[in-house]
Design a protein around this ligand. Structure first.
Ligand code: PLP
Length: 449
């Protein structure tokens, strides 16, 4: 029986990423308020928010300091833009701060409103830069199967998931996909993680050679894959990939939209996984999701090329009305201040062993093929047969069932492509709340068995 609000929803809204036919029967979970790591529905039922919204509410709910930062900026100057010579102090201050904390040298910051826009901007900047440098053939960007980079036409093309391409006539030209670094699923029998990483690096090298190194401009990767399955690559995967990129002058774009700002127990995910990116996309936790904001961190070499291009072409013709919205920037400045003051990243590193151990504790569950966490993100792969890793018939929607049992248990987790379940709680979660989360998740798995 749908509640009144749920009925009105079904009659009026198209929801993103929703099985539209099934949704007509189930309707939405309508949330009304949040506090700490908890959210409450319209009936007042509490749920432990095990997904930090959509991998983003890092400081949890009802943080009065973030609300005040937005209020103060909205009262003072709710909007001005950054187009053609206009600026405002929160954008300048935030850009300075991002340059200070970046894991690699950064020359300039370009603001967007979302992760998709940040990655779309990356594609355009790489193309613009290579045109400016007089090498218009160096345009191909290699992404990975199961990678997730957003839904705009270019960022959805980078994304390596079937639902983002089928019937949307994507990917666009100059976007290629290489293998996903998921050892559990794609490693060969007896193949070590090191050998598997070397094999993927060799595959990437072959792809670059086949395409022609002078046509390949960049490689884009999330440190830990989020929406593609919360997939943690082997330790030596990125160093092996990095060596290939260096050899052929291919830029590394780190998509830190989920892993940036502490998720893996380091300020940036790149630092945890041995990536040395040339350019970085961030969003989500930059404002703890209190307001929309994304950013591209641009290195000096790319900036110089853009400067040159702009001298030739005239206006640098890219930007969004809400690029660096003043209220979003003010909230981001406050968010970064809280991360520092409350030692949030160190807190994640301290809590990670508990989180990772609770994941490891699920490995014996009959439905669980793989269970792995890193920092405060992790995933479960549901299988029908643990020995052969055989999956359930996708029509059974087993992961979606676990998620709905979890919801009944007062826990929000998310089912992902390939019968995986993601867990990604707010960074402020306590160890006792981590235990509560996994106790509820275990009960949900038991019910689905
Ligand atoms: N990149 C990554 C790694 C993401 O996880 C997401 C969203 O989940 C995006 C990009 C797209 O961000 P947005 O939904 O803000 O456009």
């Amino acid at each position: 029986m749908l509640t009144n609000l749920a009925t009105r929803d079904v009659e009026t809204l198209i929801h993103p990423y929703t099985q539209l036919a099934a949704f007509r029967e189930t309707g939405p979970l309508v949330l009304e308020r949040g506090q700490g790591v908890w959210v409450y529905d319209t009936e007042g039922k509490p749920y432990l928010e095990g997904m930090a919204g959509l991998w983003c509410t890092s400081l949890g709910y009802s943080n009065a300091e973030l609300v005040e930062a937005a209020r103060e900026q909205m009262m003072r100057l709710p909007f001005t833009h950054l187009f053609s010579g206009r600026s405002h102090d929160p954008a300048i201050e935030l850009a300075e701060r991002l340059k200070e904390i970046a894991p690699v040298p950064v020359s300039k910051i370009f603001f967007t409103s979302s992760g998709s826009e940040a990655n779309d901007t990356q594609v355009k900047l790489v193309w613009y830069m290579n045109n400016a440098l007089g090498r218009p053939q160096k345009k191909k960007i290699i992404a990975r199967l199961r990678g997730y980079h957003g839904v705009t036409v270019a960022s959805a093309s980078l994304t390596g998931l079937p639902a983002n391409h089928a019937d949307f006539d994507l990917p666009i030209q100059n976007i290629l996909h290489t293998s996903c670094p998921h050892h559990y699923r794609f490693g060969e029998a007896g193949e070590s993680e090191t050998d598997y990483s070397a094999r993927l690096a060799a595959e990437l090298e072959e792809m670059i050679l086949r395409e022609g190194p002078d046509t390949v401009a960049a490689f884009i990767a999330e440190p830990v894959m989020g929406a593609g399955g919360a997939i943690i690559p082997p330790e030596n995967y990125f160093p092996a990939i990095q060596a290939v990129l260096d050899k052929y002058d291919v830029l590394l774009i780190a998509d830190e939209v989920i892993c940036g700002f502490g998720r893996l127990g380091t300020r940036f995910g790149s630092q945890r996984l041995g990536m040395r990116p040339d350019t970085i996309s961030v969003a989500k936790a930059i404002t703890s999701a209190y307001l929309p904001l994304g950013a591209v961190m641009i290195p000096e070499g790319m900036y110089q090329a853009m400067l040159e291009g702009s001298r030739k072409i005239g206006t640098f013709g890219h930007g969004f009305t809400y690029s660096g919205h003043p209220a979003s920037c003010a909230v981001a400045i406050k968010t970064l201040e809280i991360y520092e003051r409350d030692r949030i990243v160190e807190g994640v590193a301290a809590k990670a062993p508990r989180f990772e151990a609770r994941f490891a504790g699920l490995r014996d569950h009959p439905l669980v093929g793989e269970a792995r966490g890193l920092g405060l993100i992790g995933g479960l792969e549901i299988v029908a047969d643990k020995a052969t890793k055989r999956q359930f018939d996708p029509k059974l929607g087993i992961a979606a069932k676990v998620v709905s049992f979890a919801q009944a248990e007062g826990l929000i987790v998310r089912s992902l492509y390939g019968d995986r379940i993601a867990v990604c709680p707010p960074l402020i979660i306590t160890e006792a709340e981590i235990d509560e989360l996994f106790d509820r998740l275990t009960r949900a798995l038991d019910r689905a068995e």
